[in-house]
Write a protein that binds this ligand. Structure first.
Ligand SMILES: CNC(=O)[C@@H]1CCCN1C(=O)c1ccc(Cl)c(COc2cccc3c(C(F)(F)F)cc(C)nc23)c1Cl
Length: 248
């Protein structure tokens, strides 16, 4: 009958998304326990805090662009993503890639001392002072805390990341119907994984996290606009091209 057929598909769908998540994770979560307590010393923090605003923004933009490129690779292996039109693929990545970067970032967050993996060590919010956007950084840290509280497995994070990306409600999609079909399959995959883990109650919490992500990323875009108006040279010449393509 239909069911075993779709189940086999759902299992394959989950397996390919989990594999792609693992293969496109910049850092391996297994390496983290060893790194957890490598925090920046006072002099190193001073060095970050004495950077100029545009220097620190450029420093972060390079890392964020790097992270976004891994998310682009992840997206390409989500079953059905490559069947979408080029424009729809870009539209989904334009709005969703930073959200997936945030979801992935929360895996490298130490809730015990509120530090995040940055430049090879764990950094507290004070390291990002010279960005002159403490509200953004506070929001990024708060989001990471919220994600850690859910104690998601890597498989759940993989399916959740795919669902964050494949969102048929995104603006300016050419073929919303096709994106909806891909999204529904990913939703089935996430539900399947949560049922298997006996954690269906997480679904509601994950949808709430997605709403927080959307508001957080509109704050990002606002900050990005503020920064590129205030430092047009850096934003337009130094930011890596992909960054401009996706966020300009
Ligand atoms: C484990 N580390 C990581 O996951 C991140 C991504 C990969 C590398 N990386 C970091 O080094 C990192 C870790 C934590 C923080 Cl807080 C930052 C700095 O974050 C930002 C500084 C400026 C702008 C940021 C913007 C804005 F506004 F551009 F959209 C948006 C996001 C989300 N983060 C910004 C960075 Cl760049």
């Amino acid at each position: 009958s239909l069911y075993p057929h779709s189940l086999r598909n759902i299992d394959e769908l989950c397996a390919s998304i989990v594999r792609s998540h693992r293969e496109t994770s910049q850092y391996r979560v297994e390496e983290l326990p060893a790194l957890r307590w490598k925090v920046f010393g006072r002099e190193e923090i001073q060095a970050y805090q004495s950077k100029s605003v545009d220097e620190m923004w450029q420093h972060c933009a390079i890392r964020l662009t790097d992270a976004v490129q891994y998310v682009v690779e992840f997206a390409k292996h989500i079953p059905g993503f490559r069947m979408l039109s080029q424009n729809d693929q870009i539209a989904l990545l334009k709005t969703g890639s930073m959200e997936v970067v945030l979801v992935r970032m929360s895996r490298f967050f130490n809730t015990e001392n509120s530090t995040v993996f940055f430049d090879g060590k764990f950094a507290g919010t004070e390291v990002f002072k010279s960005l002159a956007c403490s509200d953004l950084i506070t929001a990024v840290f708060d989001f990471a805390h919220g994600m850690c509280a859910l104690k998601l497995t890597e498989q759940q994070i993989a399916l959740f990341s795919a669902l964050v990306l494949i969102n048929a409600d995104r603006p300016c999609l050419e073929d919303r119907g096709r994106v909806q079909r891909v999204q529904r399959n990913v939703e089935l995959g996430l539900t399947h994984i949560l049922q298997r883990d006996n954690q269906e109650s997480l679904m509601q919490k994950l949808y709430q996290r997605m709403a927080v992500l959307r508001s957080l990323c509109s704050l990002h875009m606002e900050k990005l606009r503020w920064f590129s108006q205030r430092y047009p040279l850096t934003a337009h010449s130094l930011f890596p091209p992909l960054y401009k393509e996706l966020f300009a």
